[in-house]
Structures are given as structure tokens and as C-alpha cells.
Design a protein around this ligand. Structure first.
Ligand SMILES: [Zn+2]
Length: 433
């Protein structure tokens, strides 16, 4: 039997010290984080490898060996964090401050807390001498917040042996409270994610004196095009995955049933987060025109942040955007790096069923659904290889905690840290015995 109170104390201690390592990316400097987590593995006699991908940036790969009757399970987490705007924080962001049952620090929810949950599960299974049917690979990667070139992309390209796994768990989904109703406990296991497709719109016109308006003002072209996009009514797209999502929510009484399509659509349209699962989103994020108050701008530019549903190609989307604008004075080009389109993977697998069973045994009123990550995660690089790579942080984040993702005063409650360690341990244990 596990002494959970002692494990909770250990987890908190590791978490606080981990948050004290500043891995803001850029520049990253994740090596000390890899060494910190690696030292905890080495102290238990676990085999570890540090792979340097760039100066002061390392991937940690630690492995518990199984008997080979099943293929490996990877527990993956990123060690870097997004930078902090310290003036908007009420406390230092890299001290791991514990206050009123909350642990504050950049990375608390994204995703050092989950890294600790994975590490604890990994260490406990080693200590217990559990006979494993498959390897467990604990993998801590740098550079997730800046495109992953020195992290997961590097690993997939240079070390196919490490990513040769049957399943993977990382961030991108998890539990939330207050979905639809106050006491709801909704756990979403992300099995796919949207595709980043930033577009740059450029309008070229004719310059001239500001005192003489003429019909070839590039800024006017651009504004007209943007208005066409902003007013664009696009219908909702239902995929087998989002239908499964709605069906499970409906079973739990948190959504109308799919047979009442109008009611479902109404509900979806009233929540920006839900709506993003059913349309290609389009968001005006950058504008640039003009050099002086009395000069008609010859060139005007805008960037729109588009996120595409799985299975939709960037080229098709750009054609649709051009069609909607219907103005050949506006050029539309891809502004984000073209990393290929994210693949979807099946959700009805041994890993999903295990997560479902463990969570429901722990909380009988919990609802577990396959979901989609609205942002981007490292899972996409593994899904491309056909690996069911799921996003799942096994705790119940409140709306306040969810705001911590790339936000100010990021924190995780100790209660969530404890829950996360217990659930992660049980999920991993069942997958390997
Ligand atoms: Zn993250």
C-alpha cells in the first residue's frame, strides 16, 4: 500500500523546486530542468540519458524496462515555459510560492505540474518493483513553447528509437470544473488538435497626399477585406470526434442530444471555447499601415490567426479566404511555419479506456470525453507517426487555474497536484501490469 500523504509531501517539494528553475523560452535554457528531473531518476537507479539539442538545451529520457510483451508507453512533458510580464504578477514567478493551498509560478499548469505527476508515477512504479509488461519512457523536452525545433521535432527526426512507443501522454486536455453546471467534473482526453494557419493579407494601392482622397488607398482595400472576413458566417462542422464528444456530454446531461441539432448548435455558438471546436477560427491579431498622417499608405498589411479543424488543408482554407474577400488587390499568404497538418488518432483505445475507468472509479460523477486541443501541443508530432498521443492532465482545473496558461499569477492547487499524482500513477500502473 502506498503512503499517499508522504507521496504528496514529496511531490510538493519537487514541484516547488522545479518551479524555481527559470526556463523561459526564449531563450529556454532547459538543461538545468532536465538535470533536475534526471537526478531524481538517477537517485533511484533508473537509467537516464541527456540529449543536447542546442547549447544549454537538453532532452531527458529516463526508462523503466518492461518484459517486452507490450510496446512502450511514453510520459512526455515540456520543461520550457512562456516568458513572464513580471509587472502584472502579484508575486515572483520563479520562486515556487505556496500560499493558501496554491502553488504559484510560471509553469504551474503549463506544464511543470503535470511533469511532476508523471515523474511521481514513474518513481513509484520503480520503487514498488512492479513487474512491467512494457517500458515506461519518461521524456522531458525543451522548446515546446517556440515551435519544438530543439525538442520534440528534433527527437522525432534524430532519435526514432526513443519515440518508438505504442502510446503517449502529455498536455492538451484534462479535467475542468463548472462546465455547463457548477458541480460538473468534465475530463477531456485530447486525441487531436487544430492546425495553426496564420495568414498575412497585403493590400497595395497608390500613395498620395492625405488631403486628396482617391479610390486607390491600400488601407481602405484592407479594411474592406477584413470586414468581409469578420462578417463571414460559417456553419458548424461536425466530425466523428466532435459527435462523440457531444454524445458523451449529452449522456451526462451537459448538452442537448445530437438529434436536436438546433439546440446543440445554439449551445455551441454561445461558448467561444466550444465554438472553436466546430469551426475554423479566424482572429485579426496584427495591423500595419501608414507612415505619416498626411500620406495615403501605398501598402497595408494585416495578420489573421486562423486555426483549422483536423482534416482541413491550409491551401483549401486560403482559397476560401480569397474567395470570401473577392478582391484581387489583396494577396493572401501563409505567415506561420508550414509544419504539415496535424493528424487525428483513434480515441477508443486501451489508453482511453484505462483513463476512463480510473477517473470514474475515483469520482463516480466524473464525465470522460474524447476532446480536441484548441491550441498546439507536441502531441502532433507523435500523432503524425500514427501514435495515439493523448493530451491529459489528470486534475480538475477551475476557471481561475485555466487562466494561468500563458497568463499572470499562474498557479496549481495542492489538491490538484495530489489528485494528479494519484490518478496518473493508477493510469500508468494499469497500462503496464
Ligand atoms: Zn504547454
Amino acid at each position: 500500500m502506498l503512503n499517499w500523504p508522504a507521496v504528496h509531501r514529496e511531490a510538493l517539494d519537487i514541484f516547488v523546486r522545479y518551479l524555481q528553475i527559470d526556463t523561459s523560452n526564449p531563450p529556454g535554457n532547459e538543461k538545468p530542468a532536465a538535470r533536475f528531473l534526471g537526478a531524481l531518476c538517477e537517485a533511484e537507479g533508473i537509467e537516464t540519458e541527456y540529449i543536447e539539442t542546442a547549447p544549454n538545451r537538453e532532452i531527458l529520457v529516463a526508462r523503466l524496462r518492461g518484459d517486452g510483451s507490450k510496446r512502450p508507453l511514453m510520459l512526455c512533458n515540456h520543461t520550457d515555459v512562456v516568458p513572464v510580464e513580471a509587472q502584472y504578477w502579484d508575486m515572483p514567478a520563479f520562486e515556487g510560492i505556496v500560499q493558501d493551498g496554491k502553488v504559484y509560478g510560471r509553469g504551474a499548469v503549463d506544464m511543470k505540474g503535470c511533469g511532476v505527476m508523471q515523474l511521481i508515477a514513474f518513481l513509484l512504479l520503480k520503487r514498488q518493483g512492479v513487474k512491467l509488461k512494457r517500458d515506461i519512457v519518461f521524456c522531458a523536452v525543451p522548446d515546446e513553447e517556440a515551435g519544438s525545433d530543439w525538442g520534440m521535432v528534433w527527437l522525432c527526426e534524430h532519435r526514432p528509437d526513443v519515440v518508438d512507443v505504442e502510446f503517449e501522454l502529455s498536455e492538451g486536455g484534462g479535467g475542468t470544473t463548472r462546465f455547463g453546471r457548477e458541480e460538473a467534473k468534465l475530463f477531456s482526453v485530447a486525441t487531436n488538435e487544430k492546425d495553426i494557419c496564420w495568414l498575412r493579407l497585403t493590400a497595395v494601392g497608390r500613395p498620395g497626399h492625405g488631403s486628396v482622397p482617391h479610390a486607390e488607398n491600400s488601407a481602405v482595400y484592407l479594411v474592406q477585406a477584413l470586414n468581409r472576413l469578420i462578417d463571414w458566417e460559417r456553419g458548424l462542422t461536425f466530425t466523428p470526434d466532435t459527435e462523440a464528444y457531444i454524445t458523451r456530454l449529452a449522456e451526462a446531461g451537459l448538452m442537448p442530444t445530437l438529434s436536436d441539432r438546433a439546440a446543440v448548435e445554439e449551445r455551441v455558438k454561445n461558448s467561444p471555447e466550444l465554438l472553436a471546436m466546430f469551426i475554423n477560427t479566424l482572429n485579426l491579431t496584427m495591423l500595419d499601415a501608414g507612415i505619416k498622417a498626411n500620406v495615403i499608405p501605398a501598402k497595408s498589411e494585416a495578420v489573421i490567426d486562423c486555426r483549422l479543424l483536423p482534416g482541413q488543408s491550409k491551401a483549401d482554407w486560403m482559397d476560401r479566404v480569397r474567395e470570401r474577400i473577392a478582391d484581387d488587390r489583396i494577396s493572401v499568404e501563409l505567415y506561420s511555419p508550414d509544419q504539415g497538418e496535424p493528424a487525428r488518432v483513434d480515441w477508443d483505445t486501451e489508453l482511453f479506456r484505462t483513463i476512463n475507468a480510473v477517473v470514474k472509479e475515483a469520482m463516480e460523477d466524473a464525465i470522460v470525453v474524447p476532446g480536441m486541443t484548441i491550441g498546439g501541443t507536441d502531441n502532433r508530432f507523435l500523432r503524425e507517426l500514427g501514435i495515439p498521443a493523448y493530451g491529459f492532465i489528470p486534475c480538475l482545473l477551475s476557471p481561475e487555474e485555466r487562466r494561468g496558461f500563458h497568463g499572470n499569477n499562474e498557479f496549481l492547487t495542492i489538491e490538484n497536484l495530489n489528485m494528479g499524482c494519484e490518478l496518473m500513477y493508477e493510469i500508468v500502473r494499469r497500462m503496464v501490469v
